[in-house]
Write a protein that binds this ligand. Structure first.
Ligand SMILES: C[S@@+](CC[C@H](N)C(=O)[O-])C[C@H]1O[C@@H](n2cnc3c(N)ncnc32)[C@H](O)[C@@H]1O
Ligand code: SF4
Length: 327
């Protein structure tokens, strides 16, 4: 793999989270405010051709994995076309998707045919009334989307559950049973103070150490591995195929192995989820930057990657909502 994308702390950046829109058809209370109408104008979003060119530059410099995210990526028109364009770029090994799955039942087959192979679905509750309170959306649509993903051949299908004290922390065992039944992988996530919404949810923060101890008292857990597992630390539930990942940005951060950057829909590259360091590609691209200059610009951006987030020390730091950088 080319060694061009090594940041000042010696970490090789091999993964881009690509937000294709900052819009969403849900309003998870810890992510986007009720009255949110979008942060940028759609005409400011990179076109598919611009995305393909920019992601192509990252891949030429060593990126091997891209995840489509948002906002809600399925609300971006013709997403399977974009997925197909990206999956055909030589050198890309892994194209994945993070989605709320509301519109997945309609798009699962086309996305799989376009080369998306792995999928993460946000699901914080299996109770329709609670799901509506958390997200303002309908659980039945998400469940239909999950089943469509399975039928279309996505593997693995991972469930992302943000665990919140007093909101859904009593549902983890139910989620474990659901994932065993349907052969999904479960990933538990700590709330992060990203945007005012994320900070408002901080009162529901619960350390996943506590949850892990609780699960250990009920299940026989052994260390597990998960290809492409990213920052999650996995355990396997003995006697089942279920793997559970713990994503602990607050109680045990994983910045020293961070290999990722986040490209927002408007072409702004964010170097860290918990910091404001950023590099704007859209003005350069629309001013006619050459291919060689674009490669230099990507290297320049990676050189700005900060050492770590400061969610604990400076929880007020990040003003943008999670739905802008795609988690
Ligand atoms: C911003 S969403 C974008 C993709 C898609 N809409 C979805 O929900 O999967 C990506 C992930 O960020 C998580 N997220 C959003 N706000 C968060 C917060 N304040 N703390 C922790 N996770 C958060 C969501 O639960 C989701 O799993
Ligand atoms: S977490 Fe995902 S589904 Fe929920 S509001 Fe944010 S972007 Fe939308």
């Amino acid at each position: 793999m080319p060694d061009h994308l090594i940041d000042p702390y010696g970490r090789r950046v091999g993964y881009v989270r690509l937000s294709v829109t900052d819009r969403c058809d849900l309003r998870c209370f810890y992510c986007l405010p009720d009255d949110y109408r979008g942060d940028s104008e759609p005409e400011d979003w990179l076109t598919f051709a611009e995305i393909e060119r920019l992601i192509g530059a990252f891949i030429a410099l060593g990126v091997r994995r891209v995840r489509l995210t948002g906002g809600e990526p399925l609300t971006r028109r013709d997403l399977p076309d974009l997925a197909g364009r990206l999956s055909r770029i030589p050198g890309l090994r892994d194209l994945s998707l993070s989605t709320n799955a509301v519109a997945l039942a309609r798009q699962a087959r086309a996305l799989h045919a376009a080369g998306v192979r792995r999928i993460n679905v946000s699901l914080d509750s299996l109770r329709a009334d609670r799901f509506r309170q958390i997200t303002r959306g309908r659980l039945d649509k998400v469940l239909a989307g999950l089943m469509a993903a399975r039928a279309a051949g996505f593997a693995p299908v991972k469930i992302n559950m943000v665990v919140m004290k007093g909101i859904n922390d009593d549902e983890i065992e139910d989620m474990v049973a659901f994932c065993i039944e349907h052969d999904f992988t479960l990933r538990l996530i700590e709330t992060m103070p990203v945007g005012d919404t994320g900070r408002n949810a901080a009162s529901h923060y619960i350390s996943l150490r506590e949850i892990r101890e609780r699960l250990e008292s009920r299940f026989d857990l052994t260390p597990g591995v998960m290809p492409g597992g990213g920052p999650a630390r996995y355990v396997q539930v003995a006697g089942t195929d279920l793997r559970i990942g713990f994503i602990t940005p607050i109680s045990q951060h994983f910045c020293e192995t961070c290999n990722r950057v986040r490209l927002a829909a408007d072409g702004t590259l964010y170097l860290c989820l918990g910091q404001d360091h950023k590099f704007e590609f859209r003005p350069l691209m629309r001013a006619g930057i050459s291919d060689a200059e674009l490669l230099d610009a990507v290297c320049e951006a990676i050189a700005m990657k900060p050492e770590r987030h400061e969610f604990r020390e400076r929880p007020q730091q990040v003003v943008r909502f999670m739905g802008i950088t795609g988690g």
